[in-house]
Design a protein around this ligand. Structure first.
Ligand code: OOG
Ligand code: MG
Length: 255
């Protein structure tokens, strides 16, 4: 087995068994290109077990997230159907290692994106926008990783919730984004925190997808990246996100 295949297998097993592993970058070096190859093999394991791709997620599109995790480059990961949780639904805490939640905005693609697109074109590729909550769960001990480690680990993707899709509107700046856990406001952010304008996250997604061979297909969801830092969640938590002009969202954690 190649080293890339070995790492993909270890990350997949860590996720399936909820057993965190040591970060690879503390004992070996691998390139960002190799990290994306590992991510592809990891996704291949999930697909061969019956899952299918439903979208992609962008990471580190806000200062808050980069500062929290000590990483300063944008990343792209892949979302499968088994990660999607319905709005108002629940996730089982025991299926995760050390889950955190973060508030986001999501796009739904109206057509395939086959190469880099520009900001003035984004509306042509989107037929819905909504609020989202992402549950991230690093497969590394203590949620600690390098840029390459986290890309290999499919960018900590674990679960996500999206609201009902609204018709796209062009001005996505200056929207308040709030995160509540058990009725308490935990984070206050703005859509401007996502690259100054969340549409820019779709431009960045088109560039990264092209560079690292990810598919962006009609009907898929694109998570634009968190506007605020992420927060650990426990069993019996109730989590709500409110994004101005979009629906509020809710899920709970069960044992
Ligand atoms: C990596 C995922 C980053 C975001 O929205 O910035 C991310 C992590 O923080 O573990 O999903
Ligand atoms: Mg995220």
């Amino acid at each position: 087995m190649s080293r890339i295949a070995e790492i993909a297998h270890q990350l997949h097993t860590a996720q399936r068994n909820q057993k965190p592993i040591a970060q690879f970058s503390s004992s070996e070096t691998f390139s960002l290109a190799d990290a994306y190859k590992i991510q592809h093999q990891l996704i291949h394991h999930r697909i061969s077990e019956g899952e299918h791709l439903v979208g992609i997620k962008m990471g580190f599109t806000s200062e808050a997230k980069m500062a929290q995790m000590g990483v300063s480059e944008m990343i792209i990961g892949q979302l499968t159907n088994s990660m999607q949780c319905s709005n108002g639904g629940s996730i089982q805490r025991s299926e995760f290692i050390h889950p955190r939640v973060e508030p986001e905005i999501a796009f739904r693609l109206s057509k395939d994106i086959n190469g880099p697109i520009q900001l003035h074109e984004v509306m042509d590729y989107v037929d819905g926008i909504t609020s989202a909550l992402e549950i991230i769960d690093s497969r590394y001990e203590n949620f600690k990783f390098s840029l390459e480690d986290v890309v290999a680990d499919n960018c900590s993707s674990a679960a996500f919730v999206v609201g009902p899709f609204h018709d796209p509107f062009e001005v996505l700046t200056d929207l308040n984004i709030d995160l509540y856990i058990n009725g308490k406001e935990i984070e206050k952010g703005s859509s401007n925190d996502i690259l100054g304008n969340p549409w820019k996250s779709l431009v960045a997604a088109s560039e990264l997808a092209h560079k690292y061979d990810l598919k962006l297909k009609a009907g898929q969801i694109v998570l634009a990246g968190a506007a605020t830092s992420a927060h650990f969640i426990n069993t019996h938590d109730e989590i709500t996100a409110e994004v101005e002009k979009l629906n509020s969202l809710f899920f709970r954690t069960i044992g």
